[in-house]
Design a protein around this ligand. Structure first.
Ligand SMILES: N[C@@H](CCC(=O)N[C@@H](CS)C(=O)NCC(=O)O)C(=O)O
Length: 201
């Protein structure tokens, strides 16, 4: 099994952490959607990473689907709760963390455009999603050790990968001070072998 992506992609990091936490053997194949576009597009018609390539050559795309598939491969530890309400709650955390990342990546892409082409209105619109998403996560996480229940779930991994990416790409954002409860999750998880093995460069 191969996980295709880059070490700077937070969605790729999320699925790599899930695979490592579950002890699922895989190879990490570093391919960039921009630089290695033909190879990535051959694996995913949308040209996005991460992609999970199974041993028979078939590919799964989109990180929530990949994490769900990985979770189904081994009985324990589970990163998706069996209880339907808790499972939905974990998925909701993941959707918000991923949505914050979608918006943050759009901010970055727009900011890299030549100044005359850049839209401050568009940047501010996306920044609103980042701020509101994080404020929501932070409020819900206040006083909690984990996002859902007491065990590590994909929700914790998604939130931690989200904050780590923001710190990596927007280093002056003071993220852990502004969102201390979401930030604490990253502080708590950063020393786990799965996070140590998948550093942001
Ligand atoms: N919803 C997707 C998002 C994946 C995504 O946007 N990946 C970025 C890299 S971090 C990408 O491949 N961008 C290239 C593009 O949009 O063309 C997931 O969760 O896997």
């Amino acid at each position: 099994m191969r996980i295709i992506g880059t070490s700077t992609s937070p969605y790729t990091r999320k699925v790599r952490v899930v695979a490592l936490e579950k002890g699922i053997a895989h190879e990490f194949v570093a391919l960039s959607p921009m630089i290695d576009s033909a190879s990535v597009q051959a694996a995913n018609p949308l040209g996005k990473i991460p992609v999970l390539e199974r041993d028979d050559g078939s590919c799964l795309i989109d990180s929530p689907l990949i994490t769900e598939y990985l979770d189904s491969l081994t009985e324990s530890p589970r990163v998706l709760p069996g209880n339907p309400a808790q499972r939905a709650a974990a998925r909701q955390f993941e959707a918000i963390a991923d949505g914050v990342l979608d918006a943050a990546i759009l901010v970055r892409m727009e900011s890299l455009r030549p100044e005359p082409l850049r839209s401050q209105e568009w940047i501010s619109w996306q920044e609103g999603k980042v701020q509101r998403g994080l404020a929501h996560l932070d409020a819900v996480l206040k006083g909690r050790h984990r996002c859902v229940g007491d065990e590590l779930t994909v929700a914790d991994i998604a939130v931690a990968c989200c904050v780590a990416y923001l710190e990596f790409r927007f280093a002056d954002g003071d993220w852990r001070r502004r969102y201390p409860h979401a930030g604490k999750l990253l502080t708590d998880l950063a020393g786990r072998p799965a996070f140590v093995a998948t550093p942001m460069p």
